[in-house]
Design a binder for this molecule. Structure first.
Ligand SMILES: Cc1cc2nc3c(=O)[nH]c(=O)nc-3n(C[C@H](O)[C@H](O)[C@H](O)COP(=O)(O)OP(=O)(O)OC[C@H]3O[C@@H](n4cnc5c(N)ncnc54)[C@H](O)[C@@H]3O)c2cc1C
Length: 440
């Protein structure tokens, strides 16, 4: 590739910033990334506690199998193929009586399982899973890869896309005659609230699994980020850690450089912010380029977000043989943030995932978390800390019923809230990418 002699400044070494940097270098630009932390990844991160790795981010990564997106990860050298864990069961929904719905990643296996649970629901099961299978050719996750023409791929699937966007998981669950399926089905997509989640994303996941995709990179999210960081550096990119950007320099309303927190100025032909949108628009650019649409988008965003609250535990217990994820339907009282919870989403990482030593495991619980709830508590550091302790104790009491003896096997635990994300990435209100706007 010929050098262009053009310089690009990128703000942030999350996955977006690192990937942009790699492709900039591959296309002959000189890229420099300014990252406020001392490590790469942003949201795509993990941390170590007493020999356990607590993984914050990746659940299912598109492009780990046969989908076109795989080409991008190859170019970024993001993982070795042999380190991708493909799950047999995406999630198991378990009720209080031990009844199980296993969402197998193999559609034929899943069909058989569902028909065994409820032969009288054959039509509803066929309708659901035939749709999952037919969306396979849309390769939705690779949509941006080949520009305009890749989008034409979805035309034959437009009917399915419209049909399944209009119905949510809870509504679809009501079509089952079987009472257990009615109750369990709304929990199949990361246990997100079934009434908020259209069937379409779930079906795209089923199609992705059918393509042998959506695996999980062994060793977790930080390792994944570090691989792309390594690629960027190998391509000759310049990465500056501990370098928060305070302002974007403008010339005739064009971004021409940045001012770092230490006061130094840096100039380039192109400036790209791969940090949080809100911080970029209202702080780095002083709100000069906002609009009513953008303002109302940020004003109307919901304060409660899926995955906002996470509880991690390092266990002296081998949980091999358990599925990777369980949506546990519970009938005991569980109130968190003053809201009654009727289920817990439990992710299990045994030693084969690289997150725990042999004979040990990590458990991660993800649930909805409310920014304002934790923000109020944070005004008194001690109350904030205490509330996190309370959350842990409530959760472990519930888990004790499902995993007898677990309490005594917990060696270390940690709780993250939307404020953890805000502090760590400067993301406005600790938002993550997939919180749907409340209204916009
Ligand atoms: C809990 C969770 C689970 C997820 N699960 C999946 C999954 O299973 N599959 C999947 O594909 N995706 C998943 N995602 C989404 C995916 O992780 C994100 O889309 C992606 O990591 C976002 O990357 P980013 O680079 O855009 O932003 P960020 O990760 O937010 O990175 C921004 C970076 O910019 C830095 N920065 C910000 N402001 C400045 C500044 N002023 N100066 C210098 N540096 C700055 C930050 O420190 C950070 O490193 C998940 C996300 C979360 C939070």
């Amino acid at each position: 590739m010929n050098k262009t002699n053009k310089k690009i400044i990128i703000i942030g070494a999350g996955i977006a910033g690192l990937s942009t940097g790699c492709y900039a270098q591959m296309n002959g630009f000189d890229a420099i990334i300014f990252e406020m932390h001392n490590k790469p990844g942003g949201l795509c991160t993990s941390w170590n506690r007493n020999g356990f790795t607590f993984d914050y981010c990746i659940h299912n990564l598109a492009g780990t199998g046969k989908l076109k997106l795989a080409k991008m990860w190859q170019e970024l050298d993001a993982f070795d193929k042999e380190d991708i864990i493909q799950q047999d069961v995406f999630v198991r929904v378990e009720d209080e009586n031990g009844q199980e719905l296993n969402i197998y990643t193999d559609i034929q296996k899943l069909k058989k399982h569902l028909k065994t649970i409820s032969p009288e629901d054959e039509d509803v099961i066929e309708d659901y899973l035939n749709a999952g299978h037919s969306l396979l050719n849309a390769d939705f996750f690779s949509m941006g890869m080949d520009g305009f023409f890749s989008k034409l791929r979805i035309i034959p699937q437009s009917y399915q896309i419209i049909k399944w966007s209009k119905i949510n998981l809870e509504e679809y669950a009501r079509r089952f005659k079987n009472d257990f399926l009615k109750k369990a089905f709304p929990h199949v997509q990361y246990n997100m609230e079934g009434s908020d989640i259209p069937m379409l994303p779930h079906l795209l996941f089923m199609a992705g699994f059918e393509a042998g995709d959506l695996g999980w990179p062994k060793y977790g999210s930080l390792q994944f980020s570090k691989r792309i960081e390594k690629r960027f550096k190998k391509l000759g990119g310049n990465l500056r850690y501990n370098s928060p950007v305070n302002k974007i320099i403008l010339n005739d309303n064009r971004a021409v450089g940045v001012i770092l927190k230490d006061g130094t100025e840096h100039y380039a032909d192109i400036v790209i912010s791969a940090g949080d949108g809100h911080n970029t628009i209202y702080n780095l650019l002083d709100g000069k380029f906002t609009s009513d649409f953008i303002d109302s988008y940020y004003r109307s965003y919901g304060e409660s977000q899926e995955f906002g609250l996470q509880v991690f535990m390092g266990l002296n217990q081998d949980l091999k043989g358990e599925p990777h994820a369980i949506a546990l339907l519970i009938n005991q009282d569980l109130e968190i943030e003053g809201i009654k919870r009727d289920s817990l989403y439990v992710e299990i990482f045994d030693s084969t995932t690289g997150l725990a030593a042999e004979g040990k495991s990590v458990i991660k619980i993800v649930m909805k978390g409310n920014y304002n709830y934790w923000k109020k508590l944070k005004s008194d550091k001690e109350s904030y800390k205490q509330e996190k302790e309370i959350v842990y104790h409530k959760v472990i009491d519930v888990l004790e019923n499902r995993f007898p003896g677990i309490k005594k096997d917990v060696e270390i635990y940690d709780v993250t809230t939307p404020l953890t994300v805000e502090r760590y990435t400067h993301n406005f209100h600790g938002w993550q990418v997939w919180s749907p706007p409340a209204a916009c």
